[in-house]
Design a protein around this ligand. Structure first.
Ligand SMILES: CC(C)(COP(=O)(O)OP(=O)(O)OC[C@H]1O[C@@H](n2cnc3c(N)ncnc32)[C@H](O)[C@@H]1OP(=O)(O)O)[C@@H](O)C(=O)NCCC(=O)NCCS
Length: 136
């Protein structure tokens, strides 16, 4: 039976492996550093789905004082299409709502636009905003 709850620090290697399998890791983002930073941040969380000891899904959520953001939404290959991605997003939505946010945003890489149907099924809408960024 699947259970969803906060990622434990000792589950970081399994989460990083899941993100690599799901194609979410980029050379400039160290997943272990991303996990440590999120777990240390009081307005961020990583939720994990588990079947027994096996990690089958993750989602990272952060509240910036205005909006809530979602990252690292991933479900293990053999569990996709079973409603687990929806359950993870809904769990993160509840967590973010409890932080005080009423607006949630997420970024989808242009080469991953196949996933927009998943977010649309969950009530997310596209926007014509250009996302800009800077590395410090
Ligand atoms: C995207 C992902 C998390 C979806 O997880 P999942 O467990 O397969 O999704 P669910 O089974 O909960 O699907 C929820 C709904 O989305 C729909 N859906 C799922 N993937 C879809 C897709 N690629 N295109 C269109 N609709 C999709 C389902 O049909 C379902 O609709 P319904 O609830 O109305 O029946 C999973 O495919 C994944 O890990 N992908 C690789 C990582 C990734 O790209 N993450 C997103 C980064 S922005």
């Amino acid at each position: 039976m699947t259970e969803i709850g906060p990622l434990a620090p000792d589950e970081a290697p399994a989460a990083a492996a899941l993100w690599a399998e799901a194609g979410l890791v980029r050379a400039w983002n160290d997943p272990h550093a991303d996990i440590a930073a999120a777990l240390a941040c009081p307005t961020a969380t990583i939720l994990a789905a588990r079947d027994g000891a096996r990690l089958t899904g993750t989602i990272m959520a952060g509240y910036d004082g205005h909006r809530g953001w979602l990252y690292y939404v991933a479900v293990a290959d053999d569990r996709r299409g079973t409603g687990l991605g929806r359950a993870l997003v809904e769990a993160a939505e509840h967590w973010l709502a409890a932080q005080g946010t009423r607006v949630i945003r997420l970024m989808v890489r242009a080469e991953n636009d196949a996933v927009t149907g998943f977010y649309a099924a969950l009530g997310y809408e596209g926007s014509d905003m250009l996302v800009m960024g800077k590395r410090l």
